[in-house]
Design a protein around this ligand. Structure first.
Ligand code: 3HC
Length: 285
């Protein structure tokens, strides 16, 4: 299988800019595709800020930071932005129709050998792969926030994914300094199938008055050695994202154990989405 040197990342949000960061840092030539220059500038600023943090912590040298930034080009057109890609990673909002449209466009313009990966947190890889003419060259590449820090990449096989493509992506993740772990396509894959019910249960504890939000997080941090309590983590991920994922689990399994807590639904309806809106279970600067 051909070497992966040119990587196109579609979407420069929290996950997309982190993915561009780690690929460029490991030596790939990255094209970051956004819809507006202002969004692309914001993504580049975030990458620079996070690289500066790594320089300050003496994890990388100033010259590596510069090299990383030099390896990132921006494109405002998905078609031309994937024209030389060996790998296309999609990190656009978690809406099936939006992702489908993106993949249809890039399928027309990307080289035939290019592998397509989605960073979706829970949408079916098998279903997304069918928006393209290359379901055998389509995988899930699920990164974790903050991408430069978190070690895991969950690599998801769609029903038609060629096992050689999966092997190639597993090996590639290794070159990023990540640990890649395979899973088969199923609602929420492994990570979110296990994580989201824990977060949902913590929200039920608030809803039913079992304990205060701070105390629930305190218990889980100290008792389970989690770096963040489940409610702080929910704010960090985004309460809207948590709700979307729970909805995928609930719809996918038709099992009431995945029923989103009514408090979560109410908070999302009220626009209390966590860090990104400044208020969730906790307030944030
Ligand atoms: N880029 C680069 N480095 C970063 C960073 C970023 N965006 N954010 C933090 N760091 C580095 C810091 O420089 C620091 O480095 P050091 O260890 O060398 O000092 C280290 O990460 C820790 O950061 P801080 O000291 O600022 O803060 P904390 O110790 O509180 O750690 C945290 C922050 C890494 C976010 C930690 O709280 C954590 O691991 N939280 C859990 C995160 C988690 O579970 N993420 C997964 C979410 S689920 C997901 O993404 C999947 C999706 O599908 C929902």
């Amino acid at each position: 299988m051909s070497n992966i040197q040119n990587v196109s990342v579609i979407g420069g949000g929290t996950m997309g800019n982190g993915i561009a960061h780690v690929f460029a840092l490991s030596g790939s030539d990255v094209t970051l595709i956004e819809t507006k220059q202002a969004y692309a500038d914001r993504a580049l600023n975030t990458i620079e800020k996070n690289l500066n943090r790594m320089v300050k912590k003496e994890k990388i040298k100033e010259s590596e930071k510069k090299g990383t930034l030099d390896r990132i080009a921006v494109s405002l057109d998905a078609g031309s932005g994937v024209a030389n890609a060996d790998l296309v990673i999609e990190a656009v909002p978690e809406i099936f129709e939006v992702k489908k449209k993106v993949f249809k466009t890039v399928d027309e313009h990307a080289p035939k050998h290019a592998i397509f990966a989605s960073n979706t947190s829970s949408i079916s890889i098998t279903k997304l792969a069918e928006s393209t003419d290359r379901p055998d060259r389509f995988v899930g590449m699920h990164f974790f926030n903050p991408v430069p820090v978190m070690k895991l990449v969950e690599v998801i096989n769609g029903l038609k994914t060629d096992p050689d493509v999966t092997e190639h992506i597993l090996a590639l993740a290794d070159t990023l300094g990540k640990v890649a772990v395979p899973a088969n396509d199923s609602p929420g894959f492994v990570s979110n199938r296990v994580l989201m019910p824990m977060i949902n249960e913590a929200i039920f504890c608030v809803y039913e008055g079992v304990a205060e939000a701070e105390d629930i997080d305190h218990i889980m941090k100290l008792g389970m050695a989690h770096p963040m309590g489940p409610l702080r983590l929910a704010d960090f991920i985004g309460l809207d994202i948590c709700l979307d994922i729970l909805q995928v689990l609930y719809d996918g399994f038709k099992d009431p154990k995945y029923r989103p807590c009514p408090l979560l639904v109410k908070m999302v309806d009220a626009g209390k989405l966590g860090d990104k809106t400044g208020e969730g279970f906790f307030t944030h600067d």
